[in-house]
Ligand binder design. Structure first.
Ligand SMILES: Nc1nc2c(ncn2[C@@H]2O[C@H](COP(=O)(O)OP(=O)(O)OP(=O)(O)O)[C@@H](O)[C@H]2O)c(=O)[nH]1
Ligand SMILES: [Mg+2]
Length: 201
């Protein structure tokens, strides 16, 4: 549930980038931070371990202007993808309004994607949230690697493995190059705003 302050006419929305370790969640936020610098007044907060892996979360605030007279502030978070950090992952999901699941297109990562999506479902359930009901977008990341001859999963395979039951919007992307990073973000924001419309009467 978004945080709505009727007196201040302010809505605060929480979007979480979820997915397996090394999938490209942090890279998504870094690209957004670079691309939309003028809308982002604060610095991105990132706490990393040695190998640049997320230890707690990355945080990026994003203003999208007004809807129905309400200032809309979006807070974007990533989770640490490594299996061992599940307690942190679950904590970051607290109060989430929308999720981008960043899947790794590399063939060697297919099992990790499936396990991570299952883990998302379980962690949402801990907050009585249903993965089939919450605004959710899938991103098939690292598509650029095909040019380097690295074996990637065909998009149809990823759709079948990850999205055959969910049937949510999905994007082929490269967080490194920036392909479809903004479109992924816009889609999840739109979906969250759609579900908010009903609350903002
Ligand atoms: N070629 C390519 N590399 C990418 C892409 N996205 C991310 N990477 C690389 O993959 C590695 C991991 O990316 P991160 O963004 O740190 O992954 P993460 O999902 O935040 O990982 P954790 O914080 O450990 O959960 C980095 O070396 C990135 O540069 C992409 O689209 N294409
Ligand atoms: Mg990270």
């Amino acid at each position: 549930m978004s945080f709505i302050n009727v007196k201040k006419k302010l809505v605060q929305v929480k979007i979480v980038y979820y997915g397996p370790g090394r999938g490209g969640k942090t890279t998504n936020l870094e690209y957004i931070h670079k691309k939309f610098r003028e809308r982002i007044k604060t610095e991105m907060v990132a706490i990393k371990t040695h190998g640049d892996r997320t230890l707690f979360f990355d945080f990026l605030p994003f203003d999208i202007g007004k809807i129905k007279g309400y200032d809309i502030k979006i807070q974007m978070y990533t989770v640490p993808g490594q299996v061992k950090y599940n307690a942190t992952r679950r904590l970051v999901l607290r109060g989430v309004d929308g999720i981008v699941f960043v899947a790794d297109s590399m063939k060697v990562r297919q099992e990790k994607n499936i396990l991570s999506l299952r883990n998302l479902q379980e962690n949402l359930a801990a907050y009585q949230k249903d993965i089939f009901k919450i605004p959710l977008v899938l991103q098939y990341n690292k598509r650029d690697l095909s040019e380097q001859g690295i074996p990637l999963l065909p998009v149809e395979t990823m759709e079948r493995q990850l999205n055959s039951k969910l049937r949510v919007p999905s994007f082929e992307a490269s967080a490194l190059v920036g392909t479809n990073v903004a479109n992924t973000m816009k889609k999840i924001i739109l979906m969250v705003m759609d579900s908010l419309q009903k609350e903002l009467k």
